[in-house]
Design a binder for this molecule. Structure first.
Ligand code: ATP
Length: 441
């Protein structure tokens, strides 16, 4: 059949593939999608049609079907885009007990053969080959599952925040000054000036607690991150919260309750996707374990790893720690000198801070803390970290407008989705990942 717009009007889809069930036996339907697989058994041809919901078997019994349809079916190739009008038939041997016998087919677009990837995933391809042809790669069932889980996680996160009185904000991503000094920032040419891509919404979200008290943002963050690892990207989505009249412990509870809720929702709403990925999500009990920095240092010492007090914990040490504490745990009471300037030192012991990290096995998935709300102390901490308070003029002036005590955290969405899907490379959970070496497609 020739393809024109008038024809298309009467070719409106009646069902998605997954709505085709044995009860529709004998009914005429119109399906649209892409050819996923083709199997020819001589007298009979099977086409697997894919759409956004899943797949259905299209069966062409050659001696019972008109010649033109048989000829069209013979010409079809993987990933050709088609509409198919046909009759539903109950068929025990077919997947889900049902098949569609085509009465007519229109080819809306042909895919150029050979394809750069096996879209069934049976012949595995290297991740770089896959990312180069990402649109085709995303067609695979496993990828559809990953991005459905990502979608559901975001849905759950927004539900959770709304129920708990947080308001969603969007802060600027083109900024004039660095949040924590110049390291890791991407400069951008901004007319006659230099600007930067935001490495965090930190300062804006803190300021906004004066107006809204409980805020959250889910937005892109940019880090000129040289480390080429399986958990670092140069562009990722950060889930940030900030809450007025709260301290570290309050927002740690928000974090653990959120994670528990997200795990529960993904388990309930993504059963099929988790099955495809052969992954189980364990719903964690709250409260999570809270280890102090000192306890961590001493546990590591017992395991033969020396970390001097006041030093950051190296990746290898985290791997050991992750084995001792499988699943979620917090590390609290960090030395003030290794936390950002805005993290509050303890009143009675200023060398220790009210900052925390939230760990999942050996990977950090969130960090946060009580913030400093006193302007003089904030300026002092900036100077101690060799930052120039002058360049934080607009931020500091807000501290004259009645800044309340506040606390917050940031969770990396992609690291969370790694946990929910069981994939080991962060690039797998991003549509078009950006890292030190990858800027296309
Ligand atoms: P790391 O030590 O793992 O590099 P970080 O200390 O730089 O992380 P934060 O600045 O505290 O991370 O950011 C908060 C959260 O954002 C992290 O816990 C993590 O989940 C996520 N995150 C940070 N950097 C990256 C990155 N380069 N790629 C992906 N996610 C990241």
């Amino acid at each position: 059949m020739s393809m024109n717009l008038h024809a298309l009007q009467s070719w409106k889809r009646t069902h998605y593939t997954m709505e085709i069930n044995p009860e529709l036996d004998g009914k005429e339907v119109v399906l649209s999608g892409w050819i996923k697989e083709i199997r020819d058994l001589g007298g009979i041809k099977f086409l697997i049609l894919r759409d956004k919901e899943g797949t259905v078997q299209i069966t062409v019994p050659k001696d019972e079907t008109n010649e033109q349809i048989v000829k069209m079916a013979e010409d079809l190739q993987r990933q050709d885009c088609v509409s198919i009008r046909g009759i539903v038939r109950r068929m025990e041997k077919a997947p889900r007990g049902v098949e569609v016998i085509p009465k007519s087919i229109i080819v809306l677009n042909r895919a150029k053969q050979p394809l750069p990837l096996d879209i069934t995933g049976r012949t595995p391809a290297d991740i770089d080959v896959r990312l180069d042809a990402r649109i085709l790669d995303l067609v695979r069932e496993e990828n559809q599952a990953i991005f459905r889980i990502r979608h559901t996680a975001l849905e759950a996160i927004r539900e959770f925040f709304s129920k708990n009185g947080f308001i969603e904000i969007h802060t600027p991503k083109i900024i004039a000054t660095a949040t924590e000094g110049g390291a890791n920032l991407f400069p951008v040419a901004y007319f006659e000036r230099e600007a930067f891509l935001a490495q965090s919404p930190q300062l804006y979200k803190e300021q906004l607690v004066i107006d809204f008290e409980k805020v959250y943002e889910i937005g892109p963050t940019f880090r000129a991150e040289k480390s080429h690892t399986r958990r670092h990207l140069t562009e990722f989505i950060s889930i940030d919260i900030e809450e007025a009249f709260a301290a570290a412990e309050d927002v740690m509870q928000v974090a653990e309750n959120l994670l528990q809720y997200v795990c529960k929702v993904v388990n309930e709403r993504c059963r099929r996707e988790l099955e495809i990925l052969k992954h189980k999500v364990e719903v964690p009990n709250v409260p999570f374990k809270r280890l102090t920095y000192d306890e961590v240092i001493s546990e590591l010492k017992d395991a033969g790893i020396k970390v001097s007090w006041g030093e950051d914990i190296p990746t290898e040490a985290y791997r050991t720690l992750g084995k001792m504490h499988p699943y979620f745990y917090f590390i609290v009471d960090w030395p003030t000198n290794i936390k950002p300037f805005y993290i509050k030192p303890k009143d009675d012991k200023p060398e220790i801070s009210e900052g925390f990290d939230l760990m999942w096995h050996w990977i950090e998935i969130a960090s946060g803390g009580t913030r400093i709300h006193n302007k003089e102390l904030l300026i002092k901490r900036m100077k101690e970290q060799n930052l120039n308070p002058e360049s934080f003029k607009y931020h500091l002036q807000v501290f004259d407008y009645g800044m309340p005590p506040h606390a917050g955290w940031a969770i990396g969405l992609e690291r969370l989705v790694m946990m929910l899907t069981g994939v080991r490379n962060i690039r797998e959970v991003v549509l078009f990942p950006r890292d030190r070496f990858r800027l296309v497609p």
